[in-house]
Design a protein around this ligand. Structure first.
Ligand SMILES: Nc1nc2c(ncn2[C@@H]2O[C@H](COP(=O)(O)OP(=O)(O)OP(=O)(O)O)[C@@H](O)[C@H]2O)c(=O)[nH]1
Ligand SMILES: [Mg+2]
Ligand SMILES: [Zn+2]
Length: 362
């Protein structure tokens, strides 16, 4: 990998300012390109090096989200003769993209950090789904990065314009058509990419994220899916997040397609995509309106007069439900933590009286 300085991977004055106090103590700065458990590949002043997180950092982190992720700026001790680093801190994230971790847990999973623009990739085939796009938009805007929607595989439809119009009905930002398998099919995308800025590619498996990055590089950098069999569901080609630098400048992060997509960040998440509905909801007669049966519900009224569509209403309701669920789970965990803390205190007091005292029933 060609690599000249940390500026190539996005270092700017603000990061430098944040790092200054650490520099004075002999630490080095780096940016995480790949992460697999506690094995990191980091851009540093020594070039592309292996790194690990200190034991202390690892054991004091409350969740995966607090550990360094792809795109993070990290503070390291460098071991020059071994070409290795030990990470002890992560600089505060400017932006991130995260979701609820797959499965039952309500943990936040950070997909990438410090991204300027997120390309949400969708494809002009059976995969096209506006509701899913809305969910991606929500996830992106909650993490404060700027979303751009890319409609890939425009060769597979007669009228990409129709699909683009549909996207514009739910999104007022930039929408770009693309054809990853043709050299000039990524012209629009390329023209958006600026040196020193960071771009993440997200979207379902098979929409062509890796193909688009390969097209931008003009060579096969990443593995892409072979000709699909059957309905094309199932296999993920990209299995980990990966940061690379375009020769012309611009930092790109490829991500594996997401199967489970639930927004993480609480209420704030509805802000952008459903801002009109949120505004309407403020006009409901009851403050805690569920927008299902209440008299004086502004949302139901809008539904009745067809100023909002049924499936937009449905996805709004689904989202509110998920958020309520996540909020509850967070509260539960907080309660549990408080409870454990108070048990701990009680036990300390008991031990003062009798050092052998144990709580048997926990
Ligand atoms: N027809 C057509 N096929 C494309 C285009 N872009 C990508 N493909 C094909 O779509 C398939 C999936 O592409 P990938 O780039 O692997 O998709 P991905 O989004 O990276 O998928 P995951 O890594 O599994 O998340 C491959 O067979 C590509 O050749 C396109 O613009 N048009
Ligand atoms: Mg891929
Ligand atoms: Zn209501």
């Amino acid at each position: 990998m060609e690599f000249h300085s940390l500026k190539t991977v996005g270092l700017d004055d603000e990061w430098q300012r944040l790092f200054l106090p650490f520099a004075d103590q002999g630490y080095a700065l780096g940016r995480v390109a790949i992460q697999e458990r506690n094995q990191y590949k980091v851009y540093s002043s020594l070039g592309f090096i292996d790194a690990q997180v200190t034991g202390k950092y690892l054991y004091t982190a409350d969740s995966q989200a607090e550990l360094p992720q792809v795109g993070d700026w990290v503070v390291m001790m460098l071991f020059e003769d071994e070409n290795k680093g030990i990470i002890s801190e992560c600089l505060p994230r400017r932006t991130k993209i995260s979701r609820k971790a797959a499965g039952q847990r309500t943990d936040e999973q950070v997909i990438a950090a410090n991204i300027d623009t997120i390309f949400i990739i969708t494809s002009a085939d059976a995969n096209f789904n506006l509701r899913r796009l809305e969910r991606y938009l929500l996830m992106v805007t909650a993490g404060k990065a700027e979303p751009v929607i890319v409609l890939n595989k425009t060769d597979l439809t007669d009228s990409p314009e129709t699909l683009i119009d549909q996207i514009r009905s739910v999104f007022s930002g930039t929408v770009l058509p693309a054809f990853a398998l043709q050299e000039n099919g990524v012209k629009g995308l390329r023209s958006l990419i600026q040196p020193g800025k960071t771009y993440a590619f997200v979207g379902s498996s098979g929409v062509g994220k890796s193909s688009l990055i390969n097209a931008l590089f003009g060579k096969e950098l990443f593995l892409t899916q072979d000709i699909r069999q059957g309905d094309g569901k199932g296999r993920h080609t990209t299995t980990r997040r990966h940061m690379v630098v375009l020769p012309s400048g611009g930092v790109l992060i490829d991500t594996p397609g997401m199967r489970e997509l639930q927004p993480w960040e609480g209420q704030s998440g509805t802000a952008e995509t459903f801002s009109d509905l949120d505004r309407l909801a403020k006009q409901c007669r009851f403050k805690d309106c569920s927008h299902r049966t209440e008299i004086g519900c502004a949302i139901l009224e809008a539904l009745e007069t067809k100023s909002i569509e049924q499936d937009r209403y449905d996805s709004y309701m689904r989202l509110l439900k998920e958020q309520a669920f996540l909020e509850n789970r967070k509260e539960e965990r907080e309660n549990k933590r408080q409870w454990e803390k108070s048990i701990g205190k009680t036990m300390k007091q008991f031990r003062k009286i009798d050092p052998k005292y144990k709580f048997l029933d926990r």
